[in-house]
Design a protein around this ligand. Structure first.
Ligand code: GAP
Length: 471
């Protein structure tokens, strides 16, 4: 159970520049969030690590960056126009609208609610005496299906544009490009296509900070395989392991706060024959972090063949007379939700002497800043020396290095702890050869965020050590 409350993290995020409320100077726009200078670095690391692990380091994977706006027929073919809905209920007293299943989750648990049919939602809300979060009364309308896709118009003539949707998942951009990628990259089954990008859903009840928003970023893989040559269960298990490994080993999220959960039959999405989520223990309970693997069968490619009239068959290179529609395994990750879990997981309050320090214990390599260079004072020649060390690290390593001169050294350490910087390097009068008591000439102090141990190294040793730092 994480010790952290959501409020502590939201407040640190604002104070230190990870995440700000969206459009704040205009009073905000409900549940929109903007990533600040540190948040954007943290999120970039989540994405870069993913891309490296799943695209760069594998010979069976390639990348794609498809358009957000797609031909509306895509969403008819995919089933999103007819089936991408959540159960909407209205409070008869105050007229506020809510997602009926989410209102029941706290009382009944995620598993029990996931299998409820839409016609069971309202009777269950009444039977369980679920109060309206807004006015407190217990008087709900029948649940109705609410489509989550954002609709807009394309075209410059007002009133005449064609209806078009903001994509609710990045996956469809991959399916419609399956033939382009397979042919241009000469990929043989099994192979996967990976994509990172924004998705949009008109969520009925967004909330819990960046957990559920209407605009969010996804990292998705569609892994195509020949279902006559490979058992789907084997592909499924392999992806479950790889997804788990990314969240735990690569990103450093604590296994104690994670679990795998298989979807019940009645809970599966319209396209899926089997889905396993990775869930995180958020301060409000277990919640979906990502889909470790979802078996989408040949549903999507077959649907796109039907609706587009184009063949999306794969020709077996060993037997050109054999044409198959590949089946698909899909691991699907939400960048914002994963970033939130990393923030919650890293948040630590520790007693040091008479003091309490807040420290974000990000895994090195995930922290937004790797190393901070801190000149002990603002004396010009000391800053010039610290700047030399800073420039050397920038030139000779790929690390994210920050130069921080403002405030006392204690305050600067405190800030670096709060933003999770694994190493701080202090340049002092010893470094300049002006004060032996501080240290020998051309040596600096390196301080470890977690152990608080300080070591004196020559600048050369520091650079070599950080060059060899495998992040
Ligand atoms: N293509 C499959 C798909 O989109 P999903 O389970 O609906 O599956 C995948 O979404 C992931 O996207 C989720 O596990 C979550 O991390 C993220 N996600 C979905 N809706 C979200 C929302 N409203 N806000 C933030 N992240 C969201």
């Amino acid at each position: 159970m994480p010790a952290t409350s959501l409020d502590q993290v939201v407040s640190l995020c604002k104070r230190r520049g990870f995440v700000f409320p969206g459009s704040e100077i205009y009073g905000g726009l409900a549940n929109t969030w903007d990533y600040g200078p540190l948040g954007v670095e943290l999120k970039k690391r989540v994405k870069d690590k993913w891309w490296k692990q799943f695209v760069r380091k594998r010979t069976d994977m390639v990348g794609l960056d498809a358009a957000i706006l797609m031909n509306p027929k895509v969403w008819e073919a995919s089933g999103h126009v007819s089936s991408f809905t959540d159960p909407l209920v209205d409070c008869k007293k105050c007229r506020q609208r809510f997602r009926g299943d989410k209102l029941l989750e706290e009382k009944l648990g995620v598993e029990a609610v996931a299998v409820l049919k839409i016609e069971q939602v309202q009777p269950m809300l009444m039977a369980e005496k679920i109060k309206c979060p807004s006015c407190g009364s217990i008087d709900w309308t029948e649940a109705k299906r609410f489509n989550l896709m954002f609709k807009t118009k394309q075209g410059v003539v007002e009133g005449e544009g064609a209806d078009i949707y903001l994509r609710p998942e990045t996956a469809q951009g991959i399916f419609v490009n399956f033939r382009n990628v397979a042919e241009s990259s000469r990929m043989r089954l099994p192979f996967g296509i990976a994509q990172i990008g924004k998705s949009f859903r008109n969520e009925i009840t967004p909330g819990n900070f960046t957990f559920r928003t209407r605009e969010f970023e996804q990292m998705e893989i569609e892994y195509f395989f020949d279902a006559e040559r490979q058992k789907w269960e084997d592909v499924f298990d392999a992806w479950k392991k790889d997804s788990w490994n990314y969240i735990t080993d690569t990103l450093g999220v604590s296994e104690a706060n994670l679990r795998l959960r298989d979807h019940e039959k009645d809970e599966l999405s319209h396209y899926s024959k089997g889905t396993t989520d990775i869930e995180y223990q958020f301060p409000w309970g277990w919640g979906e972090l990502c889909a470790a693997a979802a078996y989408r069968t040949d549903y999507d490619l077959s649907q796109h063949e039907k609706f587009s009239g184009e063949s999306l068959k794969y020709t077996d290179p060993d037997d050109p007379t054999r044409k198959v529609t590949p089946h698909v395994m899909e691991p699907s990750f939400g960048v914002d939700r994963i970033t939130l879990a990393i923030l919650l997981d890293a948040y630590t309050e520790e007693t040091v002497g008479d003091d309490t320090r807040t420290v974000m214990k990000f895994k090195p390599g995930i922290a937004p800043i790797d190393v901070a260079i801190l000149p002990l004072s603002k004396k010009e020649h000391l800053i010039a020396k610290a700047d030399e060390v800073y420039k050397r690290l920038l030139d000779e390593t790929d690390l994210n290095v920050e130069f921080d001169v403002t405030g006392s050294i204690g305050k600067r350490y405190r800030r670096q702890d709060e933003i999770g910087t694994p190493k701080c390097v202090t340049v002092d009068f010893g470094t300049l050869g002006e004060d032996e008591a501080q240290g020998a000439k051309d040596t600096v102090t390196i301080r470890d965020r977690d152990t608080l141990k300080q070591e004196r190294l020559t600048i050369g040793e520091l650079v070599e050590m950080l060059k060899g730092w495998k992040l």
